[in-house]
Design a binder for this molecule. Structure first.
Ligand code: ADP
Ligand code: MG
Ligand code: MG
Length: 214
């Protein structure tokens, strides 16, 4: 296949916008337990603006850069700059051609590095990183298998593996104690609650597995 074009990446962002708006109440309730109850509202506002601004005539990188800026400008909260930075770093890493599985991997790794640069999350801090990082690792491993061949080496299998890893990472935040962001102020009271940002980060990979014809 020739690779992921800007209209295909636009479908990914549209599907994520649809999913966060569908899960707005759930994301707000998760944030109500350990934060300020606005995570669903923040992301729904930000990604509605992204979906409305999409110009699929741009190059893939330009489309993702524009989306990153819109997310930062419209989303708010801690998560807005973090998701926005994910897309800005992703875009800067992938060049102007349609994305192959290899360049998509590079983009994911750069996006994750952007989140780390911006938020300084460590593994286990109970943040979006705890869903994003295992997803990026799973995708990378499925695309570039080091051990015995995976059941399938196709990139669509890699997206499904990334989605499953993101969902496991999200679930693994439940017993964690929050060490970053607003939730960290609540200390031990955060134990037993699923992190809202890890929940939305998992939806980003659900959207990828659904919408991207890799
Ligand atoms: P706010 O907490 O400012 O209201 P949101 O509710 O939109 O922002 O987002 C909260 C989510 O942001 C958390 O659930 C967590 O996953 C993520 N988050 C907060 N701080 C950090 C950080 N420093 N690094 C990574 N993720 C973070
Ligand atoms: Mg919040
Ligand atoms: Mg807030």
């Amino acid at each position: 296949p020739p690779g992921l074009t800007a209209p295909m990446l636009a479908e990914w962002l549209r599907e994520f916008a649809r999913l966060v708006s569908e899960h707005e109440d759930q994301l707000n309730s998760l944030d109500a337990a350990i934060g300020d109850a606005d995570h669903g509202t923040n992301l729904t506002r930000g990604f509605r603006a992204v979906a409305a601004d999409l110009r699929p005539g741009m190059s893939p990188a330009a489309l993702l850069t524009a989306a990153g800026h819109t997310i930062i400008n419209k989303t708010g909260g801690a998560a807005g700059p973090l998701f926005g930075t994910f897309f800005l770093y992703f875009a800067d890493a992938v060049g102007n051609d349609p994305l192959t599985p290899a360049t998509f991997t590079t983009g994911l790794q750069a996006g994750l590095a952007g989140v780390v640069t911006r938020g300084r999350p460590d593994p286990g801090d109970k943040t979006m990183y705890d869903a994003l990082a295992p997803a990026v690792t799973a995708f990378t491993k499925a695309i570039h298998p080091t051990g015995p061949p995976a059941r399938s080496s196709s990139a669509s299998y890699a997206l499904q593996a990334a989605q499953r890893a993101a969902e496991s990472g999200r679930d693994a935040t439940i017993p964690m104690l929050a060490r970053k962001g607003r939730a960290s102020y609540l200390g031990e009271r955060t134990i037993g609650h699923q992190d809202p940002g890890a929940t939305s980060a998992a939806l980003l990979f659900t959207a990828a597995a659904t919408a991207l014809p890799l």
